[in-house]
Design a protein around this ligand. Structure first.
Ligand code: ADP
Ligand code: MG
Length: 324
């Protein structure tokens, strides 16, 4: 059976028009395919187009020409709502700046992208706690970002990126603001998500030390993918054990759940949603304690995540094929 790439770029180009006769060609007709479960590094000097490329893969900006095809569908054919849903649910983004909301606890930050799905707050917070444990910071559940080191904040941002069980984790220089020890810890976590949990990870870096861990390296120069290298043998790294917990996440999209309908929020824009969620979180926080029941949701222990059963099966198969 032919492998379908999870994401594919076809002659993907981006030109920024600065003025009438001044433009920057950030990307020149780039082509590549990325398969489920791969750990891909985009590597190249500052200004070569890495972030522009990633933002188009994530549906954050449209290409000037060419296509981004996700599991066989051209993003250009998505309706506005579908693009938002794609960004929110299928992609987990991690940036150099952690972008955590300082007035919220780490759990509230992790749960935030889930606020739009209509799941009750208690369930969202349980899921957030589970993810905090996945990234190895379970003991920080009551902390606010300012209590944490940079490395820990980035791990919280990674947990947040996983909240909707995305197909692809995209990380743009995630270690750029970290000291070398924290950077290594964050990298171990991302590598573990790929190796232990078979997630597709697209990593932008300009640190050559990390290339040894990638399945493939896409070398970029002057807006082009210059060369794609396959790492026949990726360097082994001590994996983060707690990542295995990710496979036990409760299906968040469980339509049979009674929680879903009555809480469907209706807001005019995503920014509006975030602002409203912030208000809701802060006011709820006054009313109720943040205590998560010690007894974990038993269901959560046993149910595979959304898409994960079928996804993961063919992901691991695909990964085997790629390795050969
Ligand atoms: P990298 O992430 O590899 O450092 P970028 O994708 O940020 O590179 O930028 C690639 C090129 O596109 C650079 O010349 C940059 O100045 C330009 N560029 C990126 N975003 C914009 C923008 N919004 N407006 C104008 N030029 C931009
Ligand atoms: Mg960049």
């Amino acid at each position: 059976m032919a492998k379908i790439p999870v994401i594919k770029a076809i002659n993907l180009s981006k030109t920024f028009k600065l003025s009438k006769d001044n433009e920057v060609i950030a990307l020149h007709a780039v082509n590549f395919e990325i398969y489920s479960g791969e750990l891909i590094c985009f590597f190249g000097p500052s200004g070569c187009g890495k972030s522009t490329l990633l933002s188009m893969l994530a549906g954050l900006q449209p290409p000037t020409s060419g296509e981004v095809v996700v599991r066989g569908k051209n993003l250009a054919n998505y309706k506005k709502k579908e693009i938002s849903a794609y960004r929110r649910e299928k992609i987990g983004m991690v940036f150099q700046q952690f972008n955590l909301i300082l007035s919220m606890t780490v759990l509230e930050n992790i749960a935030l992208p889930m606020a739009f799905g209509g799941m009750k707050r208690k369930r969202r917070m349980q899921r957030a706690l589970h993810l905090l444990e996945v990234v190895g910071l379970g003991e920080k559940k009551k902390s606010v970002p300012a209590d944490l080191s940079g490395g820990q904040q980035q791990k919280v941002a990674i947990a947040r990126s996983l909240i909707n069980n995305p197909w692809i984790i995209m990380a743009d220089e995630p270690t750029g603001n970290l000291d070398s020890k924290s950077a290594d810890d964050v990298m171990k976590l991302l590598i573990s998500l790929s190796r232990k949990s078979k997630r597709t990870v697209i990593l932008i870096t300009h640190n050559p030390e990390y290339l040894q861990y990638a399945d493939r390296i896409f070398r970029m120069k002057d807006g082009r993918v210059d060369k794609i290298e396959v790492n026949a043998k990726t360097t082994k790294v001590e994996l983060v054990d707690s990542v295995a917990k990710l496979d036990k996440l409760k299906d968040v999209d469980d339509k049979s759940s009674d929680d879903s309908k009555d809480e469907e929020p209706i807001f005019s824009s995503e920014i509006g949603k975030i602002e409203d969620e912030k208000k809701e979180v802060l006011s709820e926080r006054e009313d109720e304690s943040n205590e998560i029941p010690a007894e974990e949701d038993k269901e959560a222990e046993n149910v595979e995540p959304r898409e994960a059963l079928s996804e993961k099966e063919d992901e691991s198969k695909e990964k085997e094929e790629i390795k050969q």
